[in-house]
Design a binder for this molecule. Structure first.
Ligand SMILES: NC(=O)c1ccc[n+]([C@@H]2O[C@H](COP(=O)([O-])OP(=O)(O)OC[C@H]3O[C@@H](n4cnc5c(N)ncnc54)[C@H](O)[C@@H]3O)[C@@H](O)[C@H]2O)c1
Length: 246
């Protein structure tokens, strides 16, 4: 088991890529704290996962709110001796073309996808510094590398994540903390639900493997990057996109 008895916080762990990552990490022997927005959904998720034989806790918190983040970190530290891994996975979309995007669409995506990653990492890195070890993994996106029609806010946030990843790798390496991002291509989750089949077909054709990815493809990349097998990997943005060509 790659992650035996490690404690991992996974934001947005109730759905999609986050949920697949929770299951993968449990299979690799980790204990998990899920942070998400809906209490009922968290309770259901935690109860589905009880058969894995590892400790799974869930806490309602909004990653874009500092007091909510601090509460979630205190909750974790009351239950676990260390925080070994943080997966900044929670994310939202509010798409509109530049000339139609309103301020609240801009603010929502920047608050959750960019500020949320900053707040979570700042709180957890303090603890990891004291431990003199840790792994921080961020959800970037291929669109941060190529841009995307109708996604000024989302592309700005994901490009910002790439920059923060490289900056934090520089700042935190001296404390034995590795920081990396995964840039998924198009992955079949709720996030793609609003996209018409025709557009999904076009996305599929853009992959050299002619496929839309599965949440498990990203979970596997996180598991590698979180493990000792990646001990010499930091400051990188790993594309997991089936060879997407813009
Ligand atoms: N699906 C894709 O094609 C794709 C591609 C590239 C990058 N990503 C990124 O991967 C991550 C996961 O995407 P997904 O497709 O699994 O999304 P999803 O919509 O299926 O799940 C997102 C989860 O985040 C939670 N969440 C949202 N806002 C939150 C907040 N403020 N605080 C705490 N939790 C919050 C949601 O409740 C949900 O459980 C996101 O950061 C997304 O931008 C996804």
């Amino acid at each position: 088991m790659k992650l035996y008895n490690k404690t991992a916080i996974i934001t947005g762990g109730c759905r999609g890529i986050g949920y697949a990552t929770v299951k993968k990490f449990l299979n690799e022997g980790a204990n998990i704290v899920i942070i998400d927005l809906n209490k009922e959904e968290i309770n259901d998720t935690v109860s589905y996962l009880k058969d894995y034989g590892k400790k799974v806790e869930g806490i309602v918190a909004d990653v874009s709110n500092k007091s909510s983040v601090d509460y979630a970190i205190n909750f974790t530290l009351e239950r676990f001796d260390s925080i070994d891994i943080l997966i900044n996975n929670a994310g939202v979309v509010e798409d509109a073309q530049l000339l139609k995007m309103n301020e609240s669409q801009w603010d929502k995506v920047i608050d959750v996808n960019l500020k949320g990653v900053f707040l979570m990492t700042q709180a957890v890195a303090q603890r990891m510094k004291e431990q003199k070890s840790g792994v921080i993994l961020n959800a970037s996106s291929v669109v941060s590398l190529y841009g995307n029609f109708g996604q000024s806010n989302y592309v700005a946030a994901k490009s910002g994540i790439n920059g923060m990843t490289k900056t934090w790798a520089r700042e935190l390496g001296r404390y034995n903390i590795r920081v990396n991002s995964v840039a998924p291509g198009f992955i079949l989750t709720d996030m793609l639900k609003k996209i018409p089949d025709k557009v999904l077909g076009m996305m599929k054709e853009k992959s050299l493997l002619n496929e839309i990815g599965k949440p498990e493809d990203i979970a596997n990349a996180y598991a590698f990057l979180a493990s000792e097998e990646a001990r010499f990997v930091t400051g990188t943005i790993l594309s997991v996109d089936g060879g997407l060509v813009p």
